[in-house]
Design a protein around this ligand. Structure first.
Ligand code: KE4
Length: 430
């Protein structure tokens, strides 16, 4: 039964929230600004479902932007956190749990020799860039237009996610000096990378990339692109950083490196490794990582880094994924089925669109032939996207509230849920 859902309490809470929190949210993409209207305030989540303040149920296709890969309130994760919370939540001192977490990540990710825990993907990426600069003694780095590596100053240049959503191409407060050292190239354009290297001889410390981009919608690498990037980095002594905050432990146990067969020098993580609690990490080659304090002089620190509660949530989540790799096959199959069903429904109703899919990452882009980079993502029809977003939301399906984000599936999504979503999409008419 398709019923129009609207959360009356959410609009009251949103008004109240704006009195105390900038824009009423603690992260801009949640504000529904690009789709208009009022964000839904949720109070509970179980499995593949979110429940708003009025008790309306939504099928969740964001999974908290990736972390909830097993579904919300997974019983094993809840049990483990509950046990730990009664022992301690944070010491600010080393614990056995941090060793076990690092060892498990090393077991799952090829080439991860040393890994440092932090508290967000932003911290992981900013630390990795500082490390690359400190290790090489060079200042510049290359990022790709439309990729998002968190909100640290150096990355807020032609970035994706919320910056693309709100069309913020340069951020007040990011100094010219900082932006000067951030070089940008179009995603999937290896010639542009070669050109930047030629124009900045001996000055580039690193290339940082989302190996499968997720912050301009889902944009997979073209065949050979990452391989050529690896060759260029080797040729010119540039550190290759894979930002796997989204793809890490989502695409495979070994993330994009395993899935795509390309090895980075440093990898950043977030989202899934916290199992819903704030965790980020960066790691890789022992020689480079040994430049990090207290071994080396590249300072990086955090009061709550590796805290027992977050380690417990992350360790439990990764252990389940490590022991049940079939989850990745199930996720891939469900994502492909979901894509095919929605695409069929949209085609039947005469919509013009393209879809990108990689593993359990998926996006739809209206009125554009293909999306292989940010420029193409930018010309998609955002008005149609908004209509589709609300068409689905009003039938209890929670899509990312931005045309520059990806769907993230949790393995709690059932075939019945997919059937329901397909049926909802079939009534999206011109
Ligand atoms: P956080 O600091 O938000 O934990 O991670 C930053 C980050 C780094 N790298 C990649 C590839 C990312 O996707 C992110 C964060 N992703 C966004 C969603 N596209 C987080 C959602 C938000 O900003 O609220």
């Amino acid at each position: 039964m398709m019923t129009k859902i609207y959360s009356k309490t959410s609009s009251k809470l949103f008004e109240r929230a704006q009195e105390s929190i900038p824009g009423g949210v603690n992260s801009p993409v949640r504000a529904f600004k690009s789709v208009g209207g009022t964000p839904i305030f949720f109070k509970e989540a179980h499995g593949a479902y979110l429940y708003d303040e009025d008790g309306n149920r939504y099928i969740d296709l964001i999974a908290s932007w990736g972390p909830m890969i097993l579904g919300h309130s997974h019983p094993d994760v809840v049990e483990a956190i509950t046990k730990q919370v009664n022992k301690a939540t944070s010491f600010g001192a080393p614990t056995r749990l941090e060793i076990e977490m690092a060892e498990l990540m090393k077991e799952m990710v090829p080439g991860l020799e040393l890994v440092r825990m932090v508290n967000s993907g932003t911290e992981a990426c900013m630390s990795a860039i500082r490390l690359a600069r400190g290790y090489t003694g060079k200042n510049k780095f290359i990022k790709f237009t439309g990729c998002y590596h968190g909100h640290a100053d150096p990355f807020l240049v032609k970035a994706g996610s919320g910056l693309a959503t709100f069309d913020i191409q340069s951020v007040p407060g990011v100094t010219g000096g900082t932006a000067h050292d951030t070089l940008t190239a179009p995603f999937n354009d290896i010639q542009a990378v070669q050109q930047l290297i030629d124009q900045n001889p001996g000055e580039i410390a690193a290339v940082i990339i989302e190996p499968v981009a997720g912050n301009m919608g889902c944009v997979p690498p073209q065949p050979g692109f990452l391989e050529k990037l690896r060759i260029l980095c080797d040729l010119y002594g540039i550190i290759l950083i894979f930002d796997e905050v989204m793809t890490g432990f989502r695409l495979a146990r070994g993330g994009a490196q395993e899935r795509l067969g390309v090895k980075a020098d440093l990898v950043t993580f977030g989202k899934v490794i916290g199992g819903g609690l704030p965790v980020g990490a960066f790691g890789g080659n022992r020689d480079i990582m040994s430049a990090v304090a207290p071994v080396g002089k590249v300072y990086q620190a955090g009061t709550l880094s590796g805290n027992p509660l977050a380690m417990t949530a992350g360790y439990t989540t990764l252990s389940i994924l490590n022991q049940h790799p079939e989850i990745y096959l199930e996720l891939d199959q469900k994502t492909k089925l979901l894509r095919d069903k929605i695409a069929q429904a949209l085609e039947q109703n005469g919509w013009n669109f393209t879809t990108n899919l990689f593993g359990s990452m998926l996006s739809f882009h209206f009125d554009v032939e293909q999306v292989t980079n940010f420029e193409q993502a930018s010309i998609q029809n955002q008005e149609t996207f908004k209509k589709f977003f609300y068409h689905m939301l009003n039938q209890g399906i929670y899509l990312p509230p931005s045309a520059f984000e990806s769907y993230f599936l949790s393995n709690a999504l059932s075939l019945e849920d997919i059937e329901y979503i397909s049926e909802a999409a079939s009534t999206f008419t011109m």
